[in-house]
Design a protein. Structure first.
Length: 245
C-alpha cells in the first residue's frame, strides 16, 4: 500500500495497524461513513480520502472535508478518528524527530506516544468541533505547542516557547514554533556563555520589534536610521551566524 513504510518506529506500526482496518473492499463501518455526505461520497475508499487529505492545501475545500468528517463522527467516531490520525501521521513523524533531537534524554517511543495522545485529545475537543475553518492548521499548531511544552518539562532542557498573545489559533500564516524555541535557546546559551552581551541581545530584540511594528522610539529614531547603527547590526548578525555554525 502506498502509505506503507519499512520503518519500525511506533508511528509506523500504528499506521500499519490502522491501514489494515480500512483496506479497500472492507464493507464495514469504515466504508459506510463515506456515504454520509456529498463531500465524503466522492471518495471510493478511505485510502483515497487519506491521499487527498495528506496532499491538499489548507484551503476552503480542505475545510469542507474536515467539517464533513466531524459531522460523520456523530455516528462513526472510530472511523473518523482513524482517518484523522492517519492523515496527520506525516506531521507527527517530523515533529517527533525534531523533539527527540532537542531532547536527547527522551526516547522517541515516549515522544511518539505522547504525540498520539495529544492528537486524539485535539480532534476530540469541543473547541475544535466549534471551528468553521483552518482545521488542519489548528490541529497541527496545537499538537506541536503541547508536545514541545511537554518535552521541555520532561526533558529538563530549557526551551521556552513564544506565545501568540493569547490566541490559540488563527488564519495567519503559521510561523515555525520549533524554530522560535531553538532560537530562544540558542540566544540564551550565547548570553550565558558570554558570547553575547545583554546589550547586544537587547539591540537584537529592539531591531526585531522595530522591524515588526515599523516604529522607533522617539529617543532613538535618529540613531536607528544612522549608518553606524546599521553597521553595528550587520556585524552582530554576522557574529550570530558564526556562532550558529
Amino acid at each position: 500500500m502506498f502509505f506503507g513504510s519499512s520503518c519500525a518506529c511506533l508511528l509506523c506500526r500504528v499506521e500499519t495497524n490502522l491501514l489494515a482496518e480500512v483496506t479497500p473492499g472492507d464493507e464495514g463501518v469504515h466504508i459506510v461513513f463515506l456515504a454520509s455526505s456529498d463531500e465524503l461520497r466522492q471518495f471510493p475508499s478511505v485510502p483515497a480520502l487519506l491521499s487527498n487529505l495528506r496532499s491538499s492545501q489548507a484551503d476552503p475545500r480542505s475545510d469542507q472535508l474536515f467539517r464533513a468528517l466531524f459531522a460523520a463522527a456523530e455516528t462513526a467516531q472510530k472511523s473518523v478518528e482513524i482517518v484523522l490520525v492517519l492523515a496527520f501521521l506525516p506531521m507527527l513523524h517530523g515533529t517527533v524527530r525534531r523533539v527527540a533531537k532537542q531532547q536527547p534524554g527522551l526516547s522517541s517511543e515516549d515522544i511518539a506516544q505522547q504525540a498520539l495522545n495529544f492528537l486524539l485529545e485535539s480532534i476530540r475537543s469541543e473547541q475544535l468541533r466549534g471551528r468553521t475553518s483552518h482545521f488542519a492548521f489548528a490541529i497541527s499548531r496545537a499538537l506541536k505547542r503541547r508536545l514541545f511544552l511537554w518535552a521541555n518539562h520532561e526533558g529538563g532542557l530549557s526551551i521556552v516557547p513564544i506565545e501568540s498573545n493569547g490566541e490559540d489559533f488563527g488564519p495567519a500564516v503559521e510561523e515555525s514554533f520549533e524554530r522560535h524555541a531553538m532560537l530562544r535557546h540558542f540566544l540564551t546559551r550565547c548570553v550565558t556563555k558570554g558570547l553575547l552581551t545583554h546589550a547586544e541581545l537587547n539591540l537584537l530584540i529592539q531591531f526585531k520589534l522595530d522591524g515588526i511594528n515599523g516604529e522607533f522610539p522617539v529617543q532613538t529614531r535618529a540613531e536607528s536610521h544612522s549608518n553606524a547603527l546599521r553597521q553595528k547590526l550587520k556585524r552582530l548578525l554576522a557574529k550570530l551566524r558564526r556562532l550558529a555554525r
